[in-house]
Design a protein. Structure first.
Length: 333
């Protein structure tokens, strides 16, 4: 066999890719990354601190070494810099909650062949609805992904120096944008429009950060709820929602936002955006299947789609900014 002859290694890795999801999810469930960060260095240490079996601890550590999240030297384990930054509990960018959540979603992928055939979800149960009990877990699990993106957007918009600005966060979830921006700018105020069960979560989280008196909540569905008075807002945020919507609904929302923005105001869209020829990036391309499973009309949309939609709805200045995450920021004026 020559060195140029293909092997099955990568394909085997893809076929068994769910092992990595399970291993990382189980390690997050038992706070393995946190215990390693706090000084646990052997399988026995991890087992004792996490109250799991030594055999189980060793299997998890082996798996984490295999996926590159833990390093081992002379029988002692430690987090990689990546795991330390994003999987240790208590840190604002911690993705352990998301890892646990996705481990619980693995079974849903078994239905993907049928969903691909049908072109969308086969039951209403997987479509987002206001009274779904998963919001408490999901909203907080997703928040960590948006923290660095919200700060990148704040830098681009010079939020700290913007003075008395009014912000509307459509589908704001945990309130992560409001938290990041209001903490930078004491003169800013924010309004969050989301379903009542989600706003209840944001109220609690933002109150814990001392921001309760600077955020107003509107309970409702952004498809039908009034966005506010004409020219009411300096900035409108539409984060991680466009991928759930089809072209017509996105354009309808962009047109309504245009009406409530002040002259010179900015619509900030945060999403997983694919290249125009759909050749990359990897995460947004993969995410299209998630939307096929869980939304009626959503997808990972191209830059060209956003350019076209925003142009048709009154925006003539559209820029894209990549971030240190799979997310792209879109600024439209």
């Amino acid at each position: 066999m020559t060195s140029s002859q293909p092997t099955s290694d990568r394909i085997m890795g893809l076929i068994t890719g769910y092992w990595a999801t399970g291993i990382v999810g189980a390690a997050a469930t038992h706070a393995v990354f946190t215990h390693l960060e706090d000084g646990a260095a052997t399988a026995d240490d991890v087992a004792a601190r996490a109250a799991i079996s030594p055999r189980g601890a060793q299997a998890l550590l082996d798996g984490l070494v295999s996926v590159g999240l833990v390093e081992v030297h002379d029988g002692r384990y430690r987090n990689t810099a990546e795991a330390s930054a994003f999987l240790v509990e208590g840190r604002p960018t911690c993705l352990s909650g998301f890892a646990k959540l996705k481990a619980g979603h693995m079974a849903s992928l078994a239905g993907l062949p049928d969903v691909v055939r049908a072109g969308g979800p086969l039951t209403d149960a997987v479509v987002e609805v206001a009274d779904n009990p998963h919001w408490e877990e999901l909203v907080q699990a997703l928040a960590a992904q948006s923290v660095p993106v919200a700060h990148t957007a704040a830098d681009a918009l010079r939020i700290a120096d913007a003075g008395e600005i009014a912000i509307l966060d459509i589908g704001g979830g945990s309130g992560v944008y409001s938290a990041a921006w209001l903490e930078r700018n004491p003169a800013a105020r924010s309004t969050q429009l989301d379903w009542a069960p989600i706003n209840a979560i944001a109220r609690r989280l933002l109150a814990e950060r001392g921001l309760a008196d600077r955020v107003t909540y509107v309970d409702g569905d952004f498809h039908t709820t009034d966005l506010g008075a004409a020219g009411a807002y300096d900035i409108v945020v539409y984060s991680n929602i466009a991928h759930q919507e089809g072209p017509e609904d996105n354009m309808a929302l962009f047109a309504r936002v245009r009406e409530v923005l002040k002259p010179g105001g900015t619509l900030v869209i945060s999403d997983y955006v694919v290249d125009d020829d759909r050749s990359g990036p990897k995460y947004p391309l993969t995410f299209a299947s998630e939307m096929l499973l869980k939304s009626r009309h959503g997808s990972s949309w191209r830059r060209a789609d956003y350019q076209a939609w925003l142009g048709k709805t009154g925006y003539d200045d559209v820029t894209f900014q990549t971030t240190l995450s799979p997310t792209t920021l879109i600024f439209a004026r």
